[in-house]
Write a protein that binds this ligand. Structure first.
Ligand code: NAD
Length: 425
């Protein structure tokens, strides 16, 4: 499966259904620019190793492009383009003044020492210094990148430009201009979207069982808040496998255990959830097939495909990862009656608080955590309400409603710049 082709097919299909002008859809089939660059890195043993990095600015009609940087062995230019397209939809959907972008390096960061990782991060920023910029393209963390890596990159950018520029990157350490609440933002946002959904569905958290794939930044923060709310999280997993306990797992102690075991290298301080004792081991694939009320894929894209969609038993799925369900699998699930809260809303908390960080940096302010959380909730409530109106009035799936809303906003901005209809008037 080519993830970019899949993303474009989905865009075209949903765009046509939403009545988007074909000229505009055609424009959205191509990224504005993608830079792939060689990243030479001096390794600790004195040798030089060349990695490949990518940055895509997909569409900037609504504002400077925005999106994370992923460090993962499976990163390709096509994956980065798909993720940048989804960011374009997401930012439009939650109505923040950004276009969509994304970046990545094809690397297994766990194989690098901390100094090698720092040199690689700086090398990436040197290669991308002309494509990024506080009013052009603003990166942030994604899979296997974190605040420390954002700090190295912002420092490198400031060295190149010879000026302070905290607004170049978000998800930075607090001391370098990072925002309070950014680290928890994706998970908290996903939790808040789930609570808004729960209200409509009249779910009683204490009667709901949950399985979570991906116990990283997004998954952990969401699971913690859900458990506090009364949900029973019966299974979680990470890249090494998963654990299952029908009576429910204690998220905080799992996290503490993962932190303490420090089995991952470099700046990754998490161990694997598989080392926790009181549980049955379960594979990532089996976790997806569990009979739970709510399934949360929060790791990588393309984990629910035509191969396993028929076996998914959860009636509700909240997509915390970007693109966890392929387009064909999504159709199978919808036919079965599975309801899916789409990624473009479910994980938008991260980019919303990144926007707050950028706004604070540009203005030289530091907002209190209470204000950040309040603004996050208000932004998500508005986006959820806008989406729900289309979902109910037009009797379409939540993903369809999300794309309709986002594409109508993007289309309005593009046509204001001048499309065929503008010239025919
Ligand atoms: P992370 O690096 O903090 O965590 C990723 C987790 O996924 C880790 O626990 C890892 O072990 C696990 N994982 C990796 N491969 C796996 C596999 N094959 N099966 C099961 N688990 C696996 O990353 P994150 O920031 O939590 O990102 C997770 C997802 O959320 C990604 O799809 C990312 O694009 C999306 N997302 C993140 C943010 C953000 O702000 N961090 C924002 C929006 C969306």
């Amino acid at each position: 499966m080519n993830v970019f082709k899949d993303a474009i097919n989905q865009l075209n299909q949903l765009g046509q259904k939403a009545g988007i002008d074909p000229e505009i859809l055609q424009l959205l089939n191509y990224p504005e620019e993608t830079l792939s660059a060689a990243l030479p890195v001096r390794m600790d043993d004195g040798s030089t190793k060349v990695f490949v990095g990518h940055r895509c600015r997909f569409n900037s009609v609504l504002g400077p492009t925005k999106g994370g940087i992923r460090f993962h062995p499976n990163v390709t230019a096509d994956e980065v383009k798909a993720l940048a397209l989804w960011m374009t939809i997401k930012c439009a959907l939650v109505n923040i003044p950004y276009g969509g972008g994304k970046g990545g390096i094809t690397v297994d960061p766990k194989q690098l020492t901390r100094l090698e990782l720092e040199r690689l991060s700086r090398s990436y920023m040197r290669a991308m210094a002309d494509i990024v910029g506080p009013n052009r393209d603003i990166p942030a963390p994604d899979v296997y990148t974190n605040a420390r890596i954002m700090g190295w990159m912002s420092d490198e950018y400031e060295n190149i430009k010879r000026e302070k520029c905290p607004a170049i990157i978000t998800g930075k350490p607090i001391e370098l201009g990072g925002s309070l609440g950014r680290e928890e933002a994706t998970g908290r946002g996903a939790y808040l979207v789930n609570e808004l959904w729960a209200k409509h569905k009249q779910w009683q958290p204490k009667n709901m069982t949950v399985a979570l794939q991906g116990f990283g930044n997004a998954g952990y923060h969401m699971a913690k808040l859900m458990q506090q709310q009364g949900y029973t999280i019966i299974a979680v997993s990470d890249s090494k496998g998963g654990i299952l306990a029908e009576q429910g797992l204690d998220i905080e102690s799992l996290y503490a255990h993962k932190q303490a075991s420090k089995t991952l290298k470099a700046v990754y301080c998490y161990g694997s959830v598989c080392e926790e004792q009181d549980h049955t081991k379960i594979s990532n694939e089996d976790l997806l097939r569990l009979k739970v009320d709510l399934l949360i894929p929060a790791a990588l894209e393309g984990v629910i495909t035509t191969e396993n969609a028929e076996h998914i038993q959860a009636p509700f799925i909240i997509e915390v990862a970007n693109g966890p369900i392929t387009q064909e699998a999504s159709a199978i699930l919808e036919d079965k009656g599975t309801e899916i809260m789409p990624d473009v809303l479910a994980n938008a908390g991260g980019v919303i608080v990144s926007y707050f960080e950028w706004a604070q940096n540009l203005q030289g302010y530091r907002w209190p955590l209470k204000e950040i959380r309040h603004r996050l909730l208000a932004t998500l409530e508005q986006a959820f309400a806008d989406l729900w109106i289309i979902h109910e009035n037009e009797k379409v799936s939540l993903r369809h409603a999300a794309y309709s809303l986002a594409l109508r906003r993007i289309a309005a901005a593009i046509s204001s710049h001048g499309t065929q209809s503008y010239f025919m008037q």
